[in-house]
Design a binder for this molecule. Structure first.
Ligand code: AMP
Length: 359
């Protein structure tokens, strides 16, 4: 079935909703403390979809705790409860773990109004489509090596759909690749780009026309982070990678946290140029990416950006900035990505534009 036929009509999803009484809801994980905190600051009621033995820690963070919990045994069961959730007027804020826990197919079909454009899921989760989108936008991506026999430089091997860098490995030759690869899983081989990593947190609004304007709407840069990945980011504490590889210890790329960062100001024009192109291409390809998105980049020694991935929703890298970042502080004090999402919904609610930002 074509994607378009799976996604319910937003008009129908919103019919029967009390639009003056919307509730911001998400799964209790990933960036939910920030989402609930931001919604609360904008005056919304909040609902956390959670699993009984994983929610007690919210008691420790009263300003990040949802007003109400909706308990499920398994996140995959959420589609069974859509009627109950619709009665509560919920707007779902998808985050990285939301799609992972629910499953891509269930997410596309979910009969609840969802912030952003669900069609983006196809384009970010398929590495070939993602490349078509980003290269089509004129961004420079790491070279892809189709045949492992052609490995002639350090490469990173990524398994499709692997979350949080799990199982990824580095190889410098075909022999190394062959020793480490799991042929049973589909993978992509990318040139390993040498440089420093910056994960850029943007917000695109198709309905607010102020600040950095695009052909339609406007673009903000709210913050940036660097991911902390185990074990690659700490390996040098016990020796060089090649020493360790000799004894069979290979670096891994599993994300454990996020580190705040800012970049040289002279790089900001390029940051905005890239964000703008990505949005414009998305409008052409699938009706537009809406709300928060993140470009994962490496800056090389000649100060060029290579973009190795896009995340099309709120990323956990925004979590260090619950009370604002050095960038969002220049837009409005105390502005997190979670709060910015709530503001967008509030603006759309006031101007009767909800169908423009929800799907
Ligand atoms: P990804 O799942 O594409 O976000 O990759 C997981 C991690 O692998 C990233 O956060 C980076 O640390 C690293 N990585 C991915 N692609 C590259 C690349 N082409 N060059 C260097 N490091 C990369």
């Amino acid at each position: 079935m074509a994607v378009e036929e799976k996604i319910p009509s937003i008009k129908e999803l919103l019919s029967g909703y009390d639009k003056s009484n919307l509730v911001i809801a998400t799964i209790c994980s990933h960036s939910s403390l920030q989402i609930f905190n931001g919604a609360r600051k904008e005056g919304f009621k909040t609902l956390g979809i959670g699993i009984e033995d994983r929610i007690k820690f919210y008691d420790a963070f009263p300003l990040g705790k949802p007003d109400e919990f909706f308990l499920v045994d398994n996140y995959k069961d959420i589609p069974k409860y859509v009627e109950e959730l619709r009665e509560k007027n919920v707007i779902i804020i998808p985050h990285g773990s939301f799609v992972e826990y629910l499953g891509a197919e269930n997410f596309l079909k979910l009969e609840l109004p969802t912030f952003g454009n669900r069609r983006v899921l196809m384009w970010e989760s398929d590495r070939d489509l993602e490349r078509k989108w980003l290269e089509g936008a004129g961004l420079d991506m790491p070279k892809q090596i189709k045949d492992p026999k052609d490995i002639d430089r350090p490469v990173i091997v990524k398994y499709h759909g692997a979350k949080g860098g799990k199982g990824f490995f580095i190889a410098k030759t075909y022999e190394e690749f062959e020793k480490l690869v799991d042929w049973s899983k589909p993978f992509t081989i990318q040139e390993f780009v040498m440089g420093t990593r910056y994960y850029l947190h943007y917000f695109y609004s198709p309905i607010i026309n102020e600040g950095y304007r695009l052909k339609k709407g406007s673009l903000q840069l709210l913050s940036m982070d660097r991911r902390d990945e185990t074990t690659i980011d700490e390996l040098q504490r016990i020796g060089s990678i090649s020493e360790l590889e000799e004894i069979g210890i290979h670096p891994t790329f599993v994300v454990t946290g996020n580190i705040p960062i800012v970049m040289r100001e002279s790089l900001l024009p390029e940051v905005f140029r890239m964000g703008e192109k990505v949005v414009e291409k998305s409008i052409e390809l699938f009706g537009g990416i809406i709300g928060p998105f993140c470009l994962e980049t490496v800056i090389t020694e000649d100060l060029k950006f290579k973009v190795f991935e896009i995340s099309a929703r709120i990323v956990a890298g925004t979590n260090p900035y619950i009370s604002g970042s050095p960038y969002s502080d220049l837009i409005q004090p105390d502005l997190s990505t979670g709060r910015r999402i709530a503001q967008e919904i509030k603006y759309a609610q006031k101007h009767d534009l909800l169908e423009e930002i929800l799907s």
